[in-house]
Design a binder for this molecule. Sequence first.
Ligand code: SF4
Length: 412
Amino acid sequence: MPRMSLKEKLEVLADAAKYDASCASSATAKRDSRKGGIGSTEGMGICHAYAPDGRCISLLKILLTNYCQFDCHYCINRKSSSVRRAAFSVQEVVDLTLGFYRRNYIEGLFLSSGIIRSPDHTMEQLVEVARKLREEHGFHGYIHLKTIPDADPEIVAQAGLWADRVSINIELPTASALTRLAPDKSEARITSAMADMKEAIVEAKDAARRFKSAPRFAPAGQSTQMIVGADAATDTQIVDRAASLYRGFGMRRVYYSAFSPIPDASAVLPLRRPPLMREHRLYQSDWLMRFYGYEPHDIRDAADNGMLPLDVDPKLAWALKFREAFPVDVNRAERERLLRVPGLGVKAVTTMLSVRRHRRLRLDDVARLTQSIAKVRPFIVTADWRPTLLTDRADLRRLLAPREEQLELFAA
Ligand code: SF4
């Protein structure tokens, strides 16, 4: 095979990394500066992620290699795929990261890899990139390393010494789907690697509290990703799985990636991708569980036959099913009940709780805190508003469902 230039490798290995949603900037309109103008949404290589302090940062998102000895059906880099292959050396990734950083293109690195030679060898290479950047070049930027669950736990643990965040993909919501679609992977090995990482993160936090000089260890925690729509798992199975990952392994984030048909796809996969709205509804449910006090059983209640409705968001779906819980008096109700009101976010609820200590809230006050007072009105009582029959109207869902439009997940 002819030697590839660094630029060619970058094209192949940045493109190969785009299927990982853990730092997604996908789903926007297709624009390409190679056809004129400035800026591309098509070219791969730089993605955006949120740092632990909430800043949106640009990351160089690449694979070390897209050679892989595993044969996961859903993956374009699987061994039986005829995709063009490339591999960076450790030093090439280090140089690229530093070069991009110095030119102010990026603030960090997101590095994953196919499995070459052995899981241990691959993991060692990933760790070596991060070590060199930190130890030899004093790199203080953000580093997110994907880890290889089949590698020796000692090597996996080293990733946490250099990276801000580590992730181990659970890949599929059920063990049976994993066996069928990723025959080389084992759920037991994945969850055991997650458990080890959680323990190491907890120990490091504890040590940091007691000793100033304790080494930092994956300060941005661990995350994982689940592919949606490649198997028959329902939304409620996915949500239950996500909840168990948050609970059991202290995940900072679970990412959902709608399965997208890949070139040269395996015959065991569906031919069509699930609606992007399905992925969006799962993110909304995830948000409800993490910030609004919803439990997995609430999400199950909002679903029909295990699937979340696509026409309304899960919070509204729940409220429409449990109308006896409304209207909620915004001048009296406790925080938990206010957070159940469709259209009221955490910030709006916090503001309302603070303002009502001084005066009674009117409908206009609430309108200033929400994007759509029409959505909120049927579910609240204010000093000057009571919905009377509106809450129980049979056609309330139709009145509140947004008009159908093409979804752009990351539209401004
Ligand atoms: S191990 Fe990773 S890179 Fe290799 S085929 Fe499976 S998902 Fe793709």
